[in-house]
Design a protein around this ligand. Structure first.
Ligand code: SF4
Length: 402
């Protein structure tokens, strides 16, 4: 039997014989799951399942203790969000924080490069102390799953480790090309379990190297092997295009990556931010099949499968603008989503909670029902004109040219 599915059904006798930590964890899981009754319950429950799976699979007592603490931190964060909710402020559980524009690769069609090039604004990035302040405020409000993106986040590796130490309550999935993860960094990751590397691939060697550069795929597999040997929890992020869709959603592909120890799969729909690349967008049929695929694999494999924005329909549609998360740019600008880099507030000038109440984010949340996801998957991308008008109305400053 699959242990992770039985956690709430264990006979009492067995529960009593469990290790005290396992017993505590079980009750924490139950309490946490009871609280997850919002539109995001599916998303949050997936994260809880991730912790459960990891707990049952791990043979390391230290790691089990880490997971137990994580569950307790998540519970506290849920309570803090609920408190704010009572007073009319909806705080998202998740944030996406792009910590740098810098990258050691120049991948084709990279969103970060494209938006930066379009903006013509010289890249800046927040100082460490400012990042600390923002994360402190976010954590106090209950946003304590912070996805770090870039550029390549590991170009700021010392600062990442500093932040992970300073905020053990926060889980940091880090979207990385994997090329900077050498032996030293992997050894240090063992001391920072709250950092979860998420390695980007496009398919097998042909597809990955074609977009990211020669030798990148081989390097990623080596890194996966090292992470696995060192019992470090990691995931992968795959950009879905019309061309690679069949390959990367195929069972044999999934099983090959699972064989390297990967426990978390992000399927990110290709959004044509570069004009002339529309032919890479998923077909309607492909886009519509994502929720079934992630649900099916979720039930068949010991890993988490998250489609973005593919799975958002299951959560009531577009999660941007603080409904499920918002995006912080390397400069500290608050934006609805990485796919909608419109400046709603500046965290150099306002607090985390004030940014959440910025007119643009509030207006998008208030008009959430208008954001219907269509073929491109991304509702705001499909409704760029509406977003532009809304932006003008609330007089927010745009980061990219219209
Ligand atoms: S802007 Fe697009 S990708 Fe971002 S949350 Fe909304 S639908 Fe999803």
């Amino acid at each position: 039997m699959e242990p992770s599915n039985n956690i709430v059904n264990l006979p009492n006798l067995y529960v009593m014989k469990q290790h005290p930590i396992q017993h505590m964890l079980k009750s924490e899981f139950i309490k946490l799951e009871e609280k997850e009754d919002s539109f995001l319950s599916e998303f949050n429950n997936k994260v809880i399942k991730l912790f459960k799976n990891a707990f049952w699979k791990s043979k390391s007592l230290k790691y089990k203790v880490f997971l137990l603490k994580t569950i307790i931190f998540q519970r506290k964060a849920t309570r803090r969000r609920a408190k704010y909710n009572l007073h009319g402020t909806h705080v998202p559980a998740f944030l996406i924080f792009s910590v740098t524009h810098r990258c050691n690769l120049r991948c084709k069609g990279c969103y970060a490069n494209t938006f930066r090039d379009l903006s013509g604004i010289p890249p800046k990035e927040l100082e460490l102390n400012k990042m600390e302040q923002i994360l402190g405020e976010a954590n106090d409000a209950g946003s304590n799953i912070v996805l770090l993106a870039g550029g390549e986040p590991f170009v700021r590796v010392k600062e990442l480790f500093h932040l992970a130490t300073k905020f053990p309550q926060i889980i940091f999935p880090v979207f990385t090309n994997g090329t900077l993860l050498n032996q030293d960094i992997i050894q240090t990751l063992k001391k920072h379990r709250n950092i979860i590397p998420v390695l980007s691939i496009e398919g097998h060697m042909v597809e990955t190297d074609a977009r990211r550069g020669e030798g990148i795929y081989k390097n990623i597999l080596n890194v996966m092997q090292l992470l696995n040997q060192n019992a470090i929890f990691f995931g992968t992020s795959i950009t879905l295009t019309r061309k690679n869709f069949t390959l990367v959603t195929n069972q044999s592909f999934i099983e090959s990556i699972l064989g390297y120890g990967c426990k978390l799969f992000f399927y990110i729909d290709y959004v044509p931010v570069i004009s002339g690349t529309e032919e890479l967008m998923l077909t309607e049929e492909q886009a519509e099949s994502i929720p079934q695929i992630t649900t099916k694999y979720q039930s068949e494999y010991p890993a988490l499968f998250i489609g973005f924005p593919g799975d958002e329909e299951k959560m009531g549609g577009c999660l941007s603008s603080g409904r499920g998360f918002f995006h912080i740019s390397p400069e500290g600008y608050v934006e609805p989503c990485p796919f909608a880099p419109v400046q709603a507030a500046d965290l150099n000038e306002v607090s985390f909670l004030d940014a959440l109440q910025s007119p643009l984010l509030k207006a998008i949340r208030a008009n959430h029902d208008k954001l219907v996801e269509t073929q491109s998957g991304c509702a705001l991308w499909e409704n760029q004109e509406w977003l532009r008008d809304l932006n003008l109305q609330v007089k927010a400053k745009k980061v990219t040219p219209g």
